[in-house]
Design a protein around this ligand. Structure first.
Ligand code: ADP
Ligand code: ASP
Ligand code: MG
Length: 412
């Protein structure tokens, strides 16, 4: 008997009919002799609706209360799915994050899972029940409701699979796997049957939202394979992507995929005295405010002055700009500017390690369609560039073609 954790995203549970279809699928897995734990998201659009309500009262309001509101979406879905299962004769039991003892830190709206108590769930499974757990939510040690950041139900799914020592973690969504890039932006995107967790980690961290980055981090740390598949396919495993640590069976391609992120903003402080400690003075207050900085570029100084540019999440832009202006005033910088009309495009692939000239090929492809690059950052298995947001889709398609990702037979 295998223990399977299945996670269903918002569109997969978007209507009562879709919830019924999920119940039917879960029952098929049980009838094949498996124990099944199901993690569900809120019905599609619901979390956005809740965010809208929060913003209508106070966008800068208490993060604790935001989580109280945000966590309600998933509570509706667990109840509905448990009812649909029972109506079809399958014993089931719903669990909120608190009831599942998903203990997190206290970082409201972006909490990290610290521990899960698997005993109650195992006891229910032993009684022949399907256990339905609310994704995206947990509880801190003080009993406060927390949420795990947008897309966080993926992380609940993987973390539960690890805690329960499941045989497989299946992430059901509205696409039948991971593609070479978002198929909504490039219809020629190609399905990837197998991918390493390392590559998926890089794709997710560069903006591919098919899996939340933290879910991939969990899977990597605990060596839990993830299978991404569609809840809209009639037959299971018709087509899917298996994301694992093992590399040997994978064809060695230079570029595995193109990731992008619109959620970025750029800040520049110019005419800064070029002295030891200047980076710390500029970025220290930003870090203290818990704002994550992504790319950083410091220009070569001239006449004792230098410029400093960095990117942050667009949601943190206003706060970061205020802090930077205060630093600029304090150190007598010449100017402080920002730009929210930018986006980041990245090429990702473990094969880059052994190939030279990948970056220059990327730059020449972008130049061929007249796209200007504002910033560049590289790691062993990725190259990222910041471009004007209005050119993002063009950049994705151009790079997809330049690295041969749409062709039969794989990347260049
Ligand atoms: P869910 O609600 O099931 O969690 P998401 O919307 O979070 O679904 O994630 C699935 C979406 O991720 C797809 O519809 C697709 O538009 C997007 N996506 C982005 N990058 C990729 C990629 N490389 N491969 C597949 N889907 C991708
Ligand atoms: N409902 C949450 C969101 O929309 C979590 C998730 O779907 O994974 O972000
Ligand atoms: Mg998602």
């Amino acid at each position: 008997m295998a223990l399977i954790v299945q996670k269903y995203g918002g569109t997969s549970v978007g209507t009562p009919e879709r919830i019924q279809a999920v119940a039917d699928r879960v029952i098929r897995w049980v009838q094949q002799g498996n124990q099944v734990v199901v993690v569900v998201s809120a019905m599609s659009g619901e979390t956005n609706r809740l965010v809208g309500l929060i913003n209508a009262i106070d966008p800068d309001g208490s993060a604790r209360e935001k989580d109280v509101i945000l966590a309600t979406g998933e509570q509706v879905t667990i109840g509905l799915l448990a009812m649909a299962l029972e109506k079809n004769g399958q014993p089931a039991r719903s669990y909120t994050g608190n009831q599942a003892r998903i203990i997190t830190d206290a970082a409201h709206t972006k909490a990290r899972i610290r521990n899960i108590d698997d005993q109650a769930i195992h006891a229910d499974l032993a009684l022949g029940r399907v256990v339905v757990v609310a994704g995206f939510q947990g509880v801190d040690s003080g009993g406060n409701i927390t949420t795990l950041g947008r897309g966080g139900s993926d992380t609940t799914g993987v973390a539960l699979a690890v805690a329960l020592r499941a045989d497989e973690c299946q992430i059901y969504t509205d696409v039948d796997g991971v593609y070479t890039t978002d198929p909504r932006v490039e219809p020629k995107a190609r399905h990837i049957p197998r991918l390493t967790l390392e590559e998926m980690l890089e794709m997710a961290s560069q903006g591919s939202k098919v899996l939340q980055i933290r879910s991939v981090e969990f899977a990597y740390k605990y060596d839990m394979p993830i299978r991404v598949l569609s809840s809209f396919d009639e037959v299971d495993n018709a087509k899917s992507t298996l994301v694992t640590r093992e590399e040997e069976v994978m064809e060695e391609v230079m570029v595995r995929g193109i990731a992008f992120n619109r959620d970025e903003a750029q800040l520049t402080i110019a005419g800064v005295p070029d002295q030891p400690g200047v980076a710390f003075r500029i970025l220290g207050p930003i870090a203290e405010a818990n704002i994550e900085v992504d790319m950083i570029v410091q220009n070569i100084g001239s006449d004792g002055l230098t410029d400093f540019t960095f990117t942050v999440n667009r949601g943190d832009y206003r706060r970061a700009q205020k802090l930077l202006q205060a630093t600029a005033d304090a150190i007598g910088a010449e100017s402080c500017e920002g730009n929210t009309g930018i986006a980041k495009v990245s090429i990702v692939g473990a094969g880059m390690r052994s190939h030279a000239g990948v970056a220059s090929r990327m730059f020449s492809a972008l130049a061929s369609v007249g796209i200007n690059i504002h910033m560049i950052s590289t790691s062993e298995i990725k190259v990222s560039v910041v471009v004007d947001e209005k050119y993002l889709e063009l950049a994705v398609r151009e790079l997809h073609a330049a690295f041969g990702l749409g062709d039969e037979g794989g990347g260049a």
